[in-house]
Design a protein around this ligand. Structure first.
Ligand code: BG6
Length: 468
């Protein structure tokens, strides 16, 4: 195949992402500062990989200066991470800041900026304080919405002059789906009412934080990082198309619509009522959601979601689950990332871009995560000790190309962020699958080494051109 080159607009973001709990480690963490993810790791020892997990993570807390230097070497224009809510306070109810942790954050943000990289910060990347989970049932409670707004207020006050792009949540649907729909994570309880209550309270919390940010008159924007899955029906038959539409309603539009259009889809409310799913909301809360939609979106896009009509009837005596309406479908001959079990289909980026353009007021957005988790990457190390991750280079190139193609076609796509900047702790398998541009060598004191993809990424960033 002949090679061709495409140009990146000068202002196109070429960044990488990570989160606090997946990188910083527990150094300096005080008793009572666990997050929900720490709790899950403490309760489910099987998710640790060879004894490695969030306790050591990548030790970013002690090594952020080294990592910031590597950001420059990898050519990042932007870096996205989170602040760890569970560690930012010593008292969540009264908003008493943990000065040791906040000072680390002050320095980390200053270092990123000094390196000429723009920081983008998420307020919660699954770091709900365990205390609030145990005391109030987490996002089941309106009290937690209030405490999140208090947290946002304290963070904005401290950093508004250094950070201008804020996001409330990363993938706000994930924790309650794993915990309360699929009962896959501790405490393994299936409860669709609780699932919907968490969804609503996270939508409400986002709107309230947007309202607060605007009321204070801060410069910048507030958005959210969502993970709508581009959902393709098996066929154009009505029952398969309906399966895809229902999937879209329960998992994608439940956040996209309120956050961007200011209201829940009527069909979603109808179906929840029909199945007796009880969630509490007031007219005032719906008005807050309506009046405070987000400024921009980050979208995490990894793989396509393919569905077909369900092949069996569900037992109406069991709690309602959206899966009553669909079943997964595996496309014959699909390309796979076998390590992670995810299909590779770069076209999802273009298709999502067109949907946002046509259905979501062409709101500014960027790819907030895209990437490839690979097991045993050490096998690709060359004689100089560098991991030659050509598969990652090909993956990024193909996905980035789709983003640029969408932009040409009028999409308001601001850029591309790789997951992840360094290898880090995954929710389900700690360090098993490696995602980074930068290797973390766990056997050698977590030594950092640029992979081949990092050098390539820098080349794309500096030359503003991509050759495929
Ligand atoms: C995203 C999350 O869903 O996927 C990240 O925002 C996560 O936190 C990433 O690490 C990759 O998934 P996984 O499960 O392979 O780590």
């Amino acid at each position: 195949m002949s090679k061709h080159t495409v140009t990146l607009p000068q202002d196109f973001i070429l960044g990488a992402a990570s989160s606090a709990w997946q990188t910083e480690g527990w150094s300096g963490k005080k008793d009572g500062q666990d997050s929900y993810m720490d709790l899950w790791y403490k309760n489910d020892r099987h998710v640790w990989h060879d004894g490695y997990g969030p306790a050591g993570a990548t030790d970013l807390f002690n090594r952020y200066e080294e990592d910031v230097a590597l950001m420059k070497q990898a050519g990042l224009t932007h870096y996205r991470t989170s602040i760890n809510w569970s560690r930012f306070f010593t008292d969540y109810e009264n908003g008493v800041i943990d000065e040791e942790y906040a000072t680390y954050y002050d320095r980390f943000i200053d270092a990123i900026r000094a390196a000429g990289v723009e920081p983008m910060i998420c307020l919660e990347h699954y770091e709900l304080p365990a205390y609030l989970f145990e005391t109030y049932g987490g996002w089941s409670s309106k009290k937690v919405v209030e405490l999140f707004v208090l947290y946002a207020e304290k963070v904005f006050a401290r950093y508004h002059h250094k950070v201008t792009r804020w996001f409330t949540f990363n993938e706000p649907i994930v924790v309650q789906t794993r915990v309360y729909l699929d009962a896959l994570r501790w405490p393994y309880e299936q409860n669709t009412h609780t699932w919907m209550q968490w969804n609503h309270h996270k939508n409400l919390a986002t709107a309230k934080v947007v309202q607060l940010f605007r009321a204070k008159g801060y410069q910048g924007s507030v958005g959210a990082i969502l993970n709508p899955e581009v959902t393709y029906p098996r066929s154009s038959a009505a029952h398969d198309v309906q399966a895809a539409e229902r999937y879209d309603l329960f998992y994608n539009r439940v956040f996209l619509d309120p956050m961007v259009k200011g209201e829940y889809p009527a069909e979603l409310i109808r179906l929840l009522d029909h199945h007796g799913v009880k969630w509490e909301y007031t007219a005032d809360e719906l008005a807050i959601i309506r009046e405070n939609t987000v400024d921009e979106l980050g979208i995490n896009l990894y793989y396509p979601h393919r569905v077909k009509a369900p092949s069996r009837a569900w037992n109406p005596e069991t709690p309602f689950h959206p899966a009553w309406y669909y079943e997964p479908f595996e496309l014959p001959g699909r390309r796979m990332n076998k390590s992670r079990g995810w299909e590779i289909y770069p076209r999802i980026i273009y298709d999502m871009a067109m949907r946002i353009k046509d259905e979501y007021r062409n709101i500014p957005w960027f790819i907030a995560e895209s990437g490839m988790g690979i097991e045993n990457e050490g096998q690709f190390r060359n004689s100089d000790g560098v991991i030659e991750d050509d598969y990652r280079i090909a993956f990024i190139g193909e996905h980035l190309f789709e983003a640029l193609r969408a932009r040409e076609a009028g999409a308001n796509c601001l850029g591309y962020m790789l997951w992840a900047f360094t290898d880090n702790v995954s929710p389900m398998n700690a360090f098993k699958n490696r995602y980074g541009l930068v290797e973390i060598d766990l056997q050698h004191q977590r030594a950092r080494r640029l992979k081949k993809s990092a050098t390539w990424y820098r080349g794309v960033s500096e030359s503003r051109s991509l050759t495929l």
